[in-house]
Design a protein around this ligand. Structure first.
Ligand SMILES: Cc1cc2nc3c(=O)[nH]c(=O)nc-3n(C[C@H](O)[C@H](O)[C@H](O)COP(=O)(O)OP(=O)(O)OC[C@H]3O[C@@H](n4cnc5c(N)ncnc54)[C@H](O)[C@@H]3O)c2cc1C
Length: 585
């Protein structure tokens, strides 16, 4: 079926755009991402890219025409296909829309599809909304605000606090505690820099640490609530029970949405092994509110959450042992980076047991014996269960949704198997990161309000681990790149020679750039070192913009900055890094 190309709404105030020049003509083959036309909006020129691949089967509005937003300007379809009736509204629908527009004193657009899209929609009853969002985490609150920006009447249902896992139990609490670990590291190097402290003794006041964390969380969750209010999003507090007819019940109240966004997120994954229910076994939710420092902690699962929280407690003086089934910690990142991180954290006193799993937990005398499947055991005061997260589906039981390994299955438009019901964020398990949830929520809202025109492209989503040193990555690991491309180039540069890093006592780690040997296309960037989580955003932008290694080499990076290391890693791909020894020919 032919797919509509519409005049996009690129800003809150944008009402119309001018087609400057079609870059493709009727009959031309179009690939997703190809520039199809140049347009002008609010005196800003921009290029419109194809959202789908196929043939440009019809141009509806030509060069020089000024077109209202959301109006159809062309169609992409299969070769030989004509714009069929499926792509256009039914004649009765068009006649009604035309009559409605005339009655409202509005101009009737040139095309039938545009007439239907622009016609004033039937009045919504008091309990009806253009879009009902269930869940107020990153995916949900982003979707709600985006929907409101697009002019929709929006409701959001949240059973706990706005901000979801990220603000309340995830990203923000962990980073607040990791800052404490960084401050403690700073105390250790002060004397060497000529800062003499009256005493090097310190104690950790966990009550204050938890209270401070709570105040950070409250500031941010309050901010989200304020933004929703400012965007006139109607808020419902309580568990939303969602039904296939797009009604949502919250206690005794029932509301209805033209579209529904399921943004119910995820919860801690549990394993069924003897002893797992001991009260000394904590989840990440529990440990964030712990008001005493355990003498020893076994972290079961050496992924991002386990390693970050393990480091927090190691910095407080807890004896931390991380048990990981894979042969290295954080197995999703580039091997070289993960091996280096494990080395640095071992030097900081953390213990790592890899290629081994937990078989049984025995609680006795207020301590745990963790029995491992290689016959060894670890004894500790507490344990942290951090083996991953699974979708949260409470309230969605009445929907007979298509699932994929326990996750809600969605297409690129973030739509589920039920048309008009979307499921962005952790609940679909595609990429369980807050910023990926933001993007999926935004795309879901655009499609829910204006029809399915936007796809969530998550290929260049950066990911970071906020240990000291930090690690961050975007794109393919070296192993993946070798497997997919065969012939690759690798450039590296170390922080050991970087002026800003030496001046900051942070001259450890490296940046590694992976590129395709033929076109120097950037395939992946991996960092271990200072501010890696900040720096990776530049790499993500480079990859999203499809800049080549040579393009980056032509840029100028400020001095002294940590980012110079990344710049030099790009130069090293070409064998011309100034601060690396010459490459052997
Ligand atoms: C310890 C930890 C650290 C993390 N650190 C990072 C990090 O540094 N960076 C990063 O990018 N990601 C991080 N994450 C992951 C990040 O928190 C998630 O990817 C993100 O929160 C997903 O957003 P979401 O909106 O999909 O779901 P969630 O944030 O889980 O939000 C879902 C919301 O829906 C509500 N809800 C669920 N069901 C219903 C219902 N039926 N009715 C009403 N409300 C409902 C919940 O109460 C919740 O508020 C971390 C996670 C953890 C656990």
């Amino acid at each position: 079926m032919a797919i509509e190309i519409i005049m996009p709404k690129l800003g809150v105030d944008m009402q119309e755009g001018e087609i400057i020049e079609w870059k493709k003509q009727e009959g031309d083959v179009v690939n997703e991402g190809d520039v199809i036309l140049e347009m002008m909006s609010d005196k800003t020129g921009m290029e419109l890219e194809a959202e789908d691949s196929g043939v440009l089967i019809k141009i509806v509005r030509g060069n020089g025409e000024v077109v209202p937003v959301t109006e159809v300007i062309g169609y992409i379809g299969a070769e030989g296909e004509s714009v069929d009736s499926a792509a256009a509204p039914a004649p009765a629908e068009v006649a009604q829309a035309t009559a409605d527009l005339k009655a409202a004193g509005l101009e009737v657009p040139a095309t039938p599809a545009a007439a239907a899209a622009q016609a004033p929609k039937a009045e919504l009853a008091a309990n009806e909304y253009d879009m009902v969002v269930v869940g107020g985490g990153p995916a949900g609150y982003y979707a709600a605000i985006k929907g409101a920006q697009l002019g929709g009447k929006i409701a959001i249902v949240e059973k706990y606090e706005f901000g979801g896992t990220c603000l309340n139990k995830g990203c923000i609490p962990t980073k607040t505690y990791l800052k404490n670990a960084e401050i403690l590291d700073g105390l250790k190097i002060a004397a060497g820099r000529g800062i003499n402290l009256a005493s090097t003794n310190y104690t950790i006041d966990m009550d204050k640490a938890v209270d401070f964390k709570n105040s950070v969380v409250k500031t941010l969750t309050g901010g989200v609530a304020g933004l929703l209010k400012a965007n006139k999003v109607t808020v419902f507090n309580g568990l939303g029970q969602v039904n296939p007819d797009k009604t949502v019940t919250i206690g005794s109240e029932t509301i209805k949405g033209r579209s529904i966004i399921l943004a119910t997120g995820s919860k801690v994954s549990r394993i069924n092994i003897p002893g797992i229910d001991s009260k000394l076994v904590l989840t990440s939710d529990d440990i964030l509110d712990l008001r005493e420092i355990p003498k020893s902690l076994t972290v079961m699962g050496g992924g991002v959450v386990g390693v970050e929280l393990g480091l927090v407690y190691a910095s407080y003086g807890t004896e931390v042992t991380v048990v990981e089934m894979a042969d290295r910690i954080i197995p999703g990142v580039d091997r070289e980076v993960s091996v280096e991180l494990q080395k640095v954290l071992s030097k900081k006193g953390m213990k790592f047991l890899t290629s081994v799993g937990v078989e049984k937990i025995v609680e006795a005398n207020n301590q745990l014996t963790i029995k491992l499947n290689d016959g060894s055991e670890v004894v500790s005061e507490k344990a942290l269960l951090s083996i991953g997260r699974v979708p949260q589906l409470a309230g969605l039981e009445n929907l007979n949704l298509e699932m994929d390994r326990g996750r809600i299955k969605v297409n690129a438009y973030q739509e589920t198997s039920i048309p008009g019901i979307y499921a962005p964020g952790d609940v679909n398990g595609t990429k369980m990161l807050a910023h990926a949830a933001y993007r999926m929520g935004e795309v879901a809202a655009e499609n829910a309000i204006n029809g399915n025109h936007h796809k969530a492209k998550l290929d260049f989503t950066p990911a970071a681990v906020y240990t000291h040193p930090e690690i961050a990555m975007v794109g393919l690991t070296e192993e993946q790149a070798r497997e997919q491309y065969g012939d690759i180039l690798i450039g590296k540069n170390s922080f050991t020679g970087n002026g800003r890093a030496i001046a900051s006592n942070e001259a450890h780690g490296f940046v590694k750039v992976i590129a395709d040997a033929k076109y120097h296309e950037v395939l992946g960037v991996h960092i271990i070192g200072p501010v890696a989580a900040e720096m990776i955003n530049e790499a993500a932008t480079i990859m999203e913009s499809e800049l080549t290694v040579d393009d980056v080499a032509a840029s100028i990076h400020g001095h002294p900055t940590f980012s110079e290391v990344m710049y030099e890693a790009f130069l090293d791909v070409l064998g011309v890094a100034i601060h690396n020894p010459p490459k052997r020919k």
